[in-house]
Design a protein around this ligand. Structure first.
Ligand SMILES: CSCC[C@H](NC(C)=O)C(=O)O
Ligand SMILES: [Zn+2]
Ligand SMILES: [Zn+2]
Length: 417
């Protein structure tokens, strides 16, 4: 069977019509909400239709010009209780189309039932799984004590500044009365599913190395390049020590160590002019258990060692080290984990290695779990040929159909009585 672009051959049964949830997922994948100019109007139109189909009121808040947060609200039978937030972002990262097997925005389903598209893992699948789970629960006439909000935010992929980071301080966010949030996680190639209870802090650092200029044919003293070399060695030696620490400790995952990657180098004007400054930038990710003050002292010391006039500045400096409780005594975690157990789902608890919108939710003191119900799948977010199999996608809807009732029925907490 040929790859299927329009759903006519889908289902693997030759001529059987495609599951409507899969069709909706593929339709959403085709919207070009891709940076640098995401078609957010297309997403708003899509969500407006979903609001009507589900019979759920829609709230739209323009947090910055052209950046709208959309919320569909399913009011609980006891709306005074804290609500459940099901968050997802609508934007996706760009693609190198020449490296893809299929058009990254055609949502092609191949003969094995794998659906290819930018956002198929990150995180348009999760958006549609939330929607379809709520659709099925409503159709079955279910109601729950707690209100459930489905929230769709822009700009997560570019740091969330014109999205969740701004909205979380908005009075409309306060009105949602959130008690517990679910947001994105990562695929797991094994049978298990990964859940994230915290994130590493991103630090984006540029180190500036000034130096004496001069003719490229001479031995000029105190050059920018000599300092740059010392900086690079000091930062990358630490990187290597952390890499070893990760390799030696078999129970460690990426989220447990600090990574440093040199991502940009700038400086120089001509082959034969020794430059007056050279800069190097690093993407550093620091686990919540690390001492951030001590780490900054270390950066300061490395710069000093490289040269008295070597300085650094931050383009990003996450300082929030809050994690979400995964103690059995925590009512939210207990509801989440026991429901997964009832479905025979094995959970692996980890610190998210990169940054998601959950960091803004945790920063205001709310519990948030990062979870994308994707197992038996390679981690392909931001990668070429990102795909998700239809069967894993459909199982994910069933998982949320079970999780949402459990979370929306967590009994009133002592703080809510
Ligand atoms: C720090 S803002 C950028 C956010 C981005 N998130 C992901 C998931 O790739 C990152 O961690 O680089
Ligand atoms: Zn994402
Ligand atoms: Zn992403």
């Amino acid at each position: 069977m040929l790859p299927d672009q329009d759903g006519q051959n889908a289902g693997g049964g030759g001529g059987a019509s495609e599951d409507p949830s899969t069709a909706l997922f593929r339709e959403y994948l085709r919207l070009k909400t891709v940076h640098p100019e995401p078609d957010y109007d297309a997403a708003l139109g899509f969500l407006g239709r979903i609001s009507e189909e589900l019979g759920l009121p829609m709230t739209k808040v323009e947090v910055c010009p052209g950046r709208v947060v959309t919320i569909l609200t399913w009011t609980g039978t006891n709306p005074a209780l804290k609500s459940i937030l099901l968050n997802s972002h609508t934007d996706v990262v760009p693609v190198y189309q020449e490296h893809w097997k299929y058009d990254a925005f055609a949502a092609v389903k191949d003969a094995e039932g794998n659906i290819y598209g930018r956002g198929s893992q990150d995180m348009k699948s999760v958006t549609i799984q939330y929607i379809e789970a709520v659709r099925r629960l409503k159709a079955a006439g279910k109601t729950f004590p707690r209100t459930v909000h489905l929230m769709f935010v822009p700009d997560e992929e570019v740091g969330g500044h014109k999205g969740m980071e701004t909205f979380i301080k908005h009075p409309e966010f306060q009105k949602l009365n959130v008690g517990f949030a679910l947001d994105e996680g990562l695929a797991n190639p094994s049978e298990a599913f990964t859940v994230f209870y915290g994130e590493r802090n991103p630090w984006w650092v540029t180190v500036r190395c000034p130096g004496s200029p001069g003719h490229g044919s001479r031995f000029v003293e105190n050059t920018a390049a000599e300092k740059l070399r010392r900086v690079i060695n000091l930062f990358l030696d630490f990187r290597e020590r952390e890499r070893q620490r990760l390799n030696i400790n078999k129970c460690f995952t990426l989220g447990d160590v600090t990574t440093i990657n040199m991502t940009m180098v700038n400086g120089g004007v001509a082959y034969n002019v020794i430059p007056a400054e050279m800069d190097v930038s690093f993407d550093i990710r620091i686990p919540p258990t690390a001492n951030l003050q001590e780490f900054e002292e270390q950066i300061k010391a490395w710069c000093k060692e490289a040269g008295d006039d070597v300085t650094y500045d931050f383009a990003q400096r996450g300082m929030n080290q809050k994690t979400t409780s995964t103690e059995d005594t925590d009512p939210w975690w207990s509801a989440f984990s026991s429901t997964c157990k009832s479905m025979d789902i094995t959970l692996k608890k980890e610190i998210f290695p990169a940054a998601t919108d959950s960091r803004f939710i945790r920063a205001v003191g709310l519990p948030a779990i990062g979870f994308s119900p994707i197992n038996r799948t390679p981690i392909l977010l931001h990668d070429h040929n990102e795909f998700l199999s239809e069967s894993v996608f459909l199982k994910g809807i069933h998982i949320y159909e079970t999780l949402i009732p459990a979370l929306a029925s967590v009994p009133a907490l002592s703080t809510e009585a």
